[in-house]
Each structure stands twice: as C-alpha cells, then as structure tokens.
Design a protein around this ligand. Sequence first.
Ligand code: RB5
Length: 154
Amino acid sequence: MKLAIGNDHAAVEMKNEIMDYLKSKGIEVVNVGTDTAERFDYPVAAYRAAKLVASGEVDGGVLICGTGVGIGLAANKVRGIRCCICSDPYTAKLSKQHNNANMIAFGARVIGIETAKMIVDEWLGATFEGGRHAERVALITEIEQTQKLASRGE
Ligand code: RB5
C-alpha cells in the first residue's frame, strides 16, 4: 500500500510521527507537505496529495493541519476526492465503510498522537460496504461532476 501525506507548518511533528507509524506497518509514504516551521499554506499540500489520490498514483491520503479543516476542505475541491475531516476513530471507520473516504484529515492542534494513530488505523482497516452506500456516494459524484442532482429531480 502507498499513501500520500500532506501537512502545513502547524503539523510537522505530527506528520513525522504518523509517517514513521505508517512506515512501521510496511506502508509506503509519499510526503508532499512541509518539513519546516516556516509558513506553508495548507491548500498546497492538500492539492498535491489529492492529485496523487485522484490519479490513482497512491491508494489514499492523510492530511494534517492545525484543525484538519482547511486542508480537508481544500482536498475535497479536487474531483474524485472524498476527504473525511475528523477527530475520532469511529467517524474515521464509518467514513470508509459508508462514504468510501479516500483521504482522511485531522488537526495537530486538536487531537493527540495516539488518537491520530487510532484514526489512521480505523480508516485503513475498514472496508467500503457498497450497496445503498454506493448509491449515495454516486449521488455525491453526480453533484461533483454536474453541479446538479438531476437523478433526483433537483
Ligand atoms: C494555520 O495557522 C491554521 O490556520 C491551519 O493549520 C489550519 O488549522 C486551517 O484550517
């Protein structure tokens, strides 16, 4: 498995710890974030990682900024990305099972490293359930591609 990881200046330490954690599990990691404390605007890291995910060059992506919000919002602007912004392992698990989230984002100023590891584990360990959930994900894609929801008369 190969994952992209991206971060801004608020999350260098947590990015490094999560990167080491992923590598210790045998996962290949492509680091597209910053490695310094200098200002680094989170949409840049989000875009780089999201493009790798959307193109299929990597199997998924982990994003970390101060809150996880900005970097997750930016990633979700890239076609094909379903990035779950979360602070708890349960949401992370369900985001894969029900929403087929292909990226996960969280905040280095919000959660601690052990919760971050649990979030990553639950997201990676879960499987998309398909069925009715696939129909809903298809509706998300319809909105993304057409800016309409014609299939529902909207
Ligand atoms: C940077 O100060 C901070 O705004 C950023 O890391 C993130 O929290 C934005 O959503």
